[in-house]
Write a protein that binds this ligand. Structure first.
Ligand code: DAH
Length: 346
């Protein structure tokens, strides 16, 4: 009987080795250990054997059963590991970047239209003697509100739905006007700079609103700066962007950090995507601006009796939309290559 058991075990071992699927392994297992399996049959026949034989065969068969179960388990694991590895090998991503891949990538890629317009405007201002400043996305209350003449209880805080951090002291900047404060803190007048970047508002998104968008702040501080200076720089900017002289008008607008504050409108013929420029012309609100409020200068450590200045905040996404007649701001963040590829320039 021991011989029978040994040959059964050898047979099992040679069979299981060649199996490749978990189902086949489980079938083999039940053909040996199942109710009518070969080992079970041998054990059943033990009942007629002598006590001597029972004593000899009993422990061996139990041990064999345990070994068979172990072999089955490890074979099942092997098959699983093999399958996972095969899948990983198949889905493998090649991270090596060779010159030809880079070349192809560059041909397919391009700068986002907002980045393009931001760089274009930076260049225009640099050519007019402005510096380009940066500021952090995570700001404190002082730079986003307080120093801009928006104290805690001021209703103007409600104009901007803010993402606050848990400490209620830090926030995602709601506008690039924070860069005005940082600029005043780091520079001695006279100075002029622009500060582009992302801003964040807790907005419900729709065709004209996004939670994250882009602005470009501008500030000029010196002696005897006038609204005339403001209009000159804005008209020069618009001429460069739209490649022609633009008619502008100023309307009163309220922002706590400027006094007087304005909305600058441009005379605009709405481009018709099919026919080019349409005949319909009207005023389009483009850019809020104004003369820097004396309290803001003070907060920036500048004596308002000695210096004054102007500031403006340009919405870059909006400008791109106006320039290219894009009807929905959500296209800009969609990551849809069919959209992005229309603005490919190098
Ligand atoms: N920070 C304002 C906003 O996001 C825009 C703005 C208005 C900026 C007037 C200015 C300004 O510099 O003078 O709503």
């Amino acid at each position: 009987m021991l011989d029978k058991l040994n040959s059964l075990f050898d047979d099992f071992k040679s069979k299981i080795e060649s199996l490749e699927t978990q189902a086949d392994v489980l079938n083999l297992k039940s053909s040996v250990l199942g109710k009518k399996g070969s080992l079970s049959e041998i054990l059943k026949s033990l009942k007629d054997a002598s006590v001597e034989v029972k004593k000899q065969v009993g422990p061996v068969s139990n041990q064999m059963k345990g070994q068979i179960e172990k072999l089955v388990q490890s074979k099942l694991n092997d098959i699983e590991v093999k399958a996972v590895n095969a899948k990983l090998a198949k889905d493998k991503i090649d991270y090596t970047l060779t010159d030809d891949i880079l070349e192809k990538g560059l041909q397919a890629a391009g700068l986002h239209p907002v980045t393009q317009i931001q760089r274009e405007i930076e260049d225009i201002f640099i050519s007019m003697g402005f510096d380009v400043l940066d500021g952090p996305h995570i700001e404190d209350d002082w730079h986003n509100f307080e120093a801009l003449n928006i104290p805690e209880t001021h209703p103007a805080r409600d104009m901007q739905d803010t993402f606050w951090f848990k400490d209620m002291k830090h926030l995602l900047r709601t506008h690039t006007s924070t860069i005005q404060v940082r600029g005043m803190e780091s520079k001695k007048p006279p100075f002029k700079f622009v500060g582009p970047g992302k801003v964040f508002r807790c907005e419900r998104t729709d065709a004209t609103h996004e939670m994250c968008f882009h602005q470009l702040e501008g500030m000029m501080v010196g002696k005897d700066i006038t609204v005339g200076n403001l209009i000159y720089f804005m008209k020069t900017l618009l001429k460069e962007i739209f490649k022609k002289d633009m008619e502008v008008r100023l309307r009163p607008g309220y922002f706590p950090f400027v006094e007087p504050g304005f909305e600058l409108d441009i005379r605009w013929k709405k481009p018709d995507p099919k026919k080019g420029e349409s005949e319909h012309s009207g005023w389009l609100e483009l850019l809020p601006c104004g003369m820097v409020h004396p309290e803001v200068l003070k907060a920036g450590g500048i004596d308002p009796n000695e210096y004054n200045g102007f500031a403006f905040g340009l919405g870059l996404d909006r400008l791109v939309m106006v320039k290219y007649a894009i009807e929905d701001i959500r296209h800009l963040h969609s990551g849809d290559l069919r959209f992005n590829e229309q603005f490919k320039t190098f």
